[in-house]
Structure formats: structure tokens, C-alpha cells
Design a protein around this ligand. Structure first.
Ligand code: PEP
Ligand code: MG
Length: 753
């Protein structure tokens, strides 16, 4: 075990954080070596990166050696101790470097003053990434525990560095002066991920159906071609329906496609086209006329639900035209494409997902929270960009987008495309990482910790199961509401909740009731405009105000829980009174179901999300009444510090390690323990390794996190003992300023100090 496991975790967490802030790979690696040198008390730390083409290792970053060495020293695989560590894929530790048979003297870098030598290979799956080296003046300075520590760091760094290297190599392609040019356009990040594909536009020139219909490829089409195009379109939509039903049943993308089927079957739509064709109108023109007519009609409707139908009709129009031309591509099917649109609706996102879109560029302004969250959950890279250069981009032009950086590359060259391919291969969790996940998580001293997954969409369930989540600690139930053009019915919700519960089998699922308001609004339900929506009719307040909306959700949950355990959690509870009101409402719904003889769970476990300062103050009272508590740190931080979590202008004030937050978390943990009330954490803080020691130290043993974070979290927990965690938490709780806490959590700089 490393000398100081806790420091190791902090170091690695710090590295990850610094990576988020750094766009240059070299700057990132400089931070890596400085941090590792600090952690290992080494007089030298160097990082060599593999150059796969040249088959050698380049000294890329160093502290302790002559600064001129970085970039100039190259070693072949097998050459020197460093080359041997990589070639043999093993850590090499020698008391005095020059005693090693592998030793190679490199003049002019002042290496000879640092005798003790320890080198660990950095390998990501089968890919050699580099070698991490520490040296020390004192002969025999590094012991076996240091070798373990360096290996652990190298292991943690492998994916991060490789990913950063590839990502940064994409960014490095832009001109050094970082000005937009012919090929590179800078936008803002919407959802991470890198995607490559031909451009397709949505809602742009492709909606001029009259012009599209004049295209040569449709001329000569006859009535029988039209009939074939309709039949083919029906078949394709049926396939999309089935695909989405299996993947994303909760957000009822199926509804989108059943709407398509309904329009297609409608006599006033296809029937009108058919009549026109039969009386001699060329089929493409007949399609264009009817699509244009309905698109126009719907776009002028005062009802948002109807305005949304414009896209459905246009989508169908594209599909019909494409099938009329015998399958040649003319939009409407976005498989593998980068779709560019002025704006986009959540339902568009679902439809594009069904059509296996590669990525999205929004040209009309900001990205709404819904669209960004949806794209993130569905793994669709998203960039928002208003650059006029994009207006000139043509359909079919090759585009590469980097969603995390907000970069767009038009017609990327072969080098960029190769890097993209490499990035894609490294995306997600490696098979090795998945195989290494243990079904049970324990601290270094063997204490049991439960790791659960947060999910937004049913489509994320397979990942949660793959990473062996012990349950779902937070299902955000609002997505089926957000995605539709009307409230989901009780039966639709019942189907979603049942499916989720059945998929997790005997593992617990915590259903969080509708959390809308704030920045999550339903476009089909207008509520009075609020000056401060985050301080407005949000979450449980909304549900208790609109009980006709709350009732179908609670009934659906109770029905889905029939014959199995059921956990329902209320968001943003501010007082015991509010919790009681929600609990009484659940009892009323259960009584009604009993009267109606509908099978249901009459005694679900009812929990509270601790997200408000008032809930912290009354934690004992809440813990006494609730069956369980879960800390929603995303909101708790924003409300404790009065810093809107969506407002970039106050991002520096949103400080999860603020001493006030740390103390509040401690009070919640103490209150829950005093009242014997099970407690978990389900906000982002729970998934960040740098807070792990603190959270374990104050007694948290259940973490519900984004499933992708689970493997790293499990590894990190295994390196921390409860005694170390407690000692760290005590130190953290003594901090008296943001800066002091920042120093402790190894974050650079404070906020507003
Ligand atoms: C939270 O506030 O921490 C939380 C998990 O809920 P949401 O992010 O959905 O508001
Ligand atoms: Mg919340």
C-alpha cells in the first residue's frame, strides 16, 4: 500500500480536475509531474510519452531534470530503464540507477545527481501510453510501497492521459493564434464526446420542399413509385419504433414514431398526396405541397404541442422523398450524421437518437438544460456555435465535432480523422475496467460501502448493470415528462416504472418524484412567469400545488411497486410539514387504489432529498419521519451559497468544498446517524474522488453516482481506510475559509477571496 493513500487519491483527483481546466497537453503533463513529485517526495519526476509512429518514448514533462530535456530526449523501446519498463510492461525499481543493467547515461540533463530510480509503465488496455519516472538523490530512497503507489498513479492516469492526448491533439489542430478559419470553428460545449460524419441540416434550407422536389432525381417518378415510397416509409418507421421501444421506452420516443405512423395513415396527408398523384401531379411535387401546407399550418399554431409537429411532418417529407428516389440520401434519416439546426427540442433529440445521429451542432444560441442533459444521457456530442462560416457549410460536407471543447472542424484532414478513430476506440469504459469491477465495494480496512447508479433514462440501465451497481439510488423521473408534448398518462408511467424495477430485479430502485421548475420547464404546461424560478414553484412544491399531475405519478409508482419493495423520494423538501403533506398524499392515493381493487404497494419507503439549508437545520426532525435520506449536493451547494448552479457568471461562487457546505454535510450525516435513518449521497460530489475521503470520514456509506464513474470510485474507496478518512474529515471540518479548504482539497486557488 502507498505511504499515504489519501494523498494519492487527492493527487489523482486533482489531476483529473486540472485536466478539465487545461486545453494543452503539455500544460497538463507539467502539472502531472509536479504533483507526482510532491506526492512521492521525489527530487525528479518525469513523464515519457510513447510516439507510436517512431516507436520510441519522448521525455515530455519533467521536474528536477534540466528543463531543456523535455522534448529533446528520446529513448527507444527497451532502451534505458525507462525503455525497459515499457518494453517489459513492468515497474522497475533500483536503489541506484547506474547499477542497473538497463541504465543509459544521457549527458546534459543532470540526471546523475539523482541515484534512486523508479519507473512505472503507463498502459491503457493494449495501448502503451508512456512511462512515469521518479528519482531521488538518496540511494535506495524508494521502497516497495512507493512502487505500488507509482503503479496506482500510472494506472489511474492511463485512460486520462491517453484520452487527453487524443483530445488535445484534436485541439492542437487549430491555428496557434486560435482564430477561426476555413476549417476550424469555435463554439461552446453542450454535451461531451467526439463525433465525425457528414453534415445534415434540420430546419434550414432542407425545409424548402418546393425547391427539394424540383431536384432531378425525383423527376420521372410515377404513381407506383409513390405507393412504394409510402410503404417503405411505413416499414422504416415501424423499425424505428421497435428500436426505440427496446432502448428508450421511458421517454416514449415510440410516441414520436407512432405520431409519424398516424400522420402517414391520415387521409388528409398521404391521401391528399395520392389524389394529386392520381390526377397527374408529379409525386415529388405532391409530397412537397402537402408537407409544406401542414408545416405552415402547424408552425402558426399558438399551441406548442402543435408547433412541435412541424418537425414530424418535415421528417416524414424527407423520408418520403428519399424513398421515392429509391433510397438515395436526402435528409430525414440522420444515421451517422452531424445534424446542424438553429434550435432543437427534446423530442428532436429523441428522434435523432433513434436514427443514430452522430452529433449535433446548434446554431441559434444557447443550449437549454433539457437538451444538454438529454444529449449527455444519450451520448450525443453537442456543440453550440453561431459562427457564420457554418451557414455556408453544405449538406454532406464532412464535419468533426468535439463536444467537450465546443470545437467544430469542417472537412477535417486525414490526420484528424485518424485521431478521431483512435479516440473512439478509447471512449467509454474498457473491457478490462469492466472486468475488474467487484460486486461488493469495501474500504482499505474492509468496511462495506454501497455504490448505486443515478439514471435519467431507461437506456442507461444496461450500463448500470454492467458496472455492477447495487441499485439505482436516483431515478430522475422528469424525463418522460420533459420529452413529450403532453403529460405522460398513469399507464405510460406505470409501464416505465415497472420496467425499471423489473430490470433491477431485487436491487433497490429509488424513484425521485417529478422535479421540474427552476430551469426544467414543460413547454406544454404554462405556469406563471417567475422572477426567481430556482426559488419558485419547483420540485415537491410543484407536485403539491398541482395534485392532478402528482396523482398519476404516485398511482403509477404504487402500482409498479405491487409485490416488491418500493422507494419513493421527494425532491427539495424544506420542512417536516412538507414531507408529511407528500406522505399523506401517497396514503390517499394508496387508499384510492385499494378502493378500486388495483394491485399496489400500500407501504412504500418514503425518503427525502436533503437539498435545502432548512432541511439541514431540521435534519433530526426529517430523519425521524423519513424512511431514508439522500443528499442532493447539486442543489444543496447552490442554495447554501446562493450561487445558481446554471449561471456561469457565479460559477466561482459554487464551491462544493466551501467550509459551510462541509459542515452542513457533517450535520446531516450526524443527524441521520442519531436517528438511525439510512443516508446516501446522490449529487455530483459523491462521484468526485477528491471528496471521497471526506464523505467516508463523516460516515457516508452509500454513494449514488453516474454509472460511468462507478469503477473509478470503487478503486478509490479500496485505497482509503476509515481511520484515514475520519482524520481527513476532521481536518476538513476545521477549515475556516474557502482558501484553507481549497488547499486541503488540493484545488488550486479559492473562489472569491
Ligand atoms: C441534486 O440536487 O444533487 C440532485 C441529485 O438532483 P438534481 O441534480 O436532479 O437537481
Ligand atoms: Mg436537486
Amino acid at each position: 500500500m502507498p505511504k499515504d493513500n489519501l494523498d494519492l487519491i487527492c493527487q489523482v483527483a486533482r489531476l483529473a480536475t486540472s485536466l478539465e481546466r487545461t486545453t494543452s497537453l503539455n500544460a497538463f503533463l507539467d502539472q502531472v509531474v509536479r504533483m507526482v513529485a510532491g506526492h512521492m517526495s521525489a527530487t525528479v519526476c518525469s513523464l515519457y510519452l510513447c510516439d507510436p509512429k517512431a516507436q520510441n518514448l519522448i521525455l515530455t514533462a519533467t521536474v528536477g531534470l534540466a528543463s531543456s530535456a523535455a522534448g529533446s530526449v528520446r529513448l527507444g523501446l527497451g532502451e534505458g530503464i525507462v525503455g525497459a519498463a515499457m518494453a517489459e510492461r513492468r515497474t522497475i525499481r533500483v536503489a541506484r540507477g547506474s547499477d542497473s543493467p538497463h541504465f543509459k547515461f544521457i549527458p546534459g540533463i543532470a540526471e546523475e545527481q539523482h541515484a534512486a530510480f523508479l519507473a512505472a509503465p503507463i498502459v491503457f488496455g493494449p495501448t502503451p501510453v508512456g512511462v512515469l519516472v521518479v528519482q531521488h538523490r538518496e540511494v535506495g530512497f524508494f521502497g516497495p510501497e512507493d512502487a505500488t503507489a507509482l503503479e496506482a498513479i500510472a494506472y489511474q492516469l492511463a485512460g486520462t492521459i491517453e484520452h487527453a492526448r487524443l483530445l488535445n491533439s484534436l485541439s492542437d489542430e487549430r491555428p496557434p493564434e486560435a482564430e477561426e478559419g476555413e476549417c476550424f470553428v469555435r463554439g461552446a460545449s453542450g454535451a461531451p464526446g467526439v463525433a465525425l460524419g457528414p453534415l445534415a441540416t434540420l430546419g434550414g434550407s432542407e425545409t424548402d420542399f418546393a425547391a427539394l422536389a424540383a431536384d432531378a432525381r425525383y423527376q420521372g417518378a410515377a404513381a407506383k413509385d409513390f405507393a412504394r415510397a409510402v410503404a417503405e416509409t411505413r416499414r422504416q418507421i415501424g423499425e424505428l419504433e421497435a428500436f426505440m421501444e427496446s432502448q428508450q421506452a421511458d421517454v416514449a420516443a415510440t410516441l414520436i414514431f407512432s405520431a409519424h405512423q398516424a400522420i402517414l395513415a391520415d387521409d388528409s396527408f398521404t391521401g391528399t398526396m395520392r389524389q394529386a398523384v392520381e390526377t397527374g401531379t408529379p409525386p415529388a411535387r405532391a409530397i412537397a405541397q402537402v408537407v409544406g401546407h401542414y408545416a405552415n399550418l402547424f408552425s402558426q399554431s399558438p399551441l406548442a404541442q402543435l408547433r412541435e409537429k412541424v418537425r414530424d411532418v418535415e421528417d416524414l417529407g424527407h423520408r418520403l422523398l428519399r424513398n421515392l428516389a429509391g433510397g438515395s440520401d436526402d435528409g430525414g434519416d440522420y444515421r451517422g450524421r452531424i445534424v446542424m439546426a438553429p434550435d432543437i427540442l427534446p423530442s428532436d433529440v429523441m428522434r435523432l437518437k433513434a436514427q443514430q445521429v452522430a452529433g449535433v451542432i446548434l446554431t441559434g444560441g444557447g443550449v437549454t438544460a433539457h437538451v444538454a442533459i438529454l444529449c449527455r444521457s444519450l451520448d450525443i456530442p453537442l456543440v453550440s456555435c453561431r459562427n457564420p462560416r457554418l451557414a455556408q457549410a453544405r449538406s454532406g460536407e464532412q464535419v468533426l465535432i468535439d463536444g467537450a471543447q465546443g470545437h467544430v472542424f469542417l472537412n477535417p484532414d486525414q490526420k484528424l480523422v485518424e485521431r478521431y478513430e483512435s479516440l473512439r476506440r478509447h471512449a467509454g469504459l474498457s473491457a478490462e475496467e469492466l472486468a475488474a469491477i467487484q460486486p461488493e465495494t469495501r474500504t482499505a480496512d474492509g468496511e462495506r460501502v454501497r455504490l448505486l447508479a443515478n439514471i435519467n433514462l431507461l437506456g442507461e440501465l444496461p450500463l448500470a448493470l454492467n458496472v455492477k451497481a447495487e441499485g439505482i439510488g436516483l431515478y430522475r423521473s422528469e424525463f418522460p415528462y420533459i420529452i413529450r408534448s403532453d403529460f405522460p398518462t398513469e399507464d405510460e408511467q406505470f409501464a416505465i416504472y415497472s420496467r425499471l424495477a423489473a430490470a433491477m430485479d431485487d436491487r433497490p430502485v429509488t424513484f425521485r418524484t417529478l422535479d421540474i421548475g427552476g430551469d426544467k420547464l414543460l413547454n406544454y404546461f404554462s405556469t406563471p412567469t417567475e422572477n426567481n424560478p430556482f426559488l419558485g414553484l419547483r420540485a415537491i412544491r410543484f407536485s403539491l400545488r398541482y395534485r392532478n399531475i402528482f396523482a398519476p405519478q404516485i398511482r403509477a409508482l404504487l402500482r409498479a411497486g405491487a409485490g416488491r419493495g418500493l422507494r419513493i423520494m421527494f425532491p427539495l423538501v424544506g420542512s417536516p410539514d412538507e414531507f408529511r403533506a407528500a406522505r399523506d398524499f401517497v396514503a390517499e392515493c394508496a387508499a384510492r387504489l385499494a378502493q378500486e381493487n388495483i394491485p399496489h404497494n400500500a407501504a412504500p419507503s418514503l425518503g427525502i432529498m436533503v437539498e435545502l439549508p432548512s432541511a439541514v437545520e431540521l435534519i433530526d426532525e426529517l430523519a425521524e419521519q423519513a424512511d431514508f435520506l439522500s443528499i442532493g449536493t447539486n442543489d444543496l451547494v447552490q442554495y447554501l451559497l446562493a450561487a445558481d448552479r446554471t449561471n456561469q457568471a457565479v460559477a466561482d461562487y459554487y464551491v462544493p468544498y466551501h467550509p459551510a457546505v462541509l459542515r452542513a454535510l457533517h450535520r446531516v450525516a450526524e443527524g441521520a446517524a442519531r436517528r438511525n435513518c439510512p443516508l446516501s449521497i446522490c449529487g455530483e460530489m459523491g462521484g468526485e474522488p477528491r471528496f471521497l475521503a471526506f464523505l467516508l470520514g463523516i460516515g457516508i456509506r452509500r454513494f449514488s453516482v453516474d454509472a460511468r464513474r462507478l469503477p473509478a470510485l470503487q478503486r478509490a474507496i479500496g485505497t482509503i481506510s476509515t481511520a484515514t478518512a475520519r482524520a481527513f474529515a476532521e481536518r476538513a471540518l476545521q477549515t475556516r475559509s474557502v482558501q484553507e479548504a481549497a488547499d486541503l482539497f488540493t484545488c488550486r486557488g479559492g473562489n472569491n477571496s
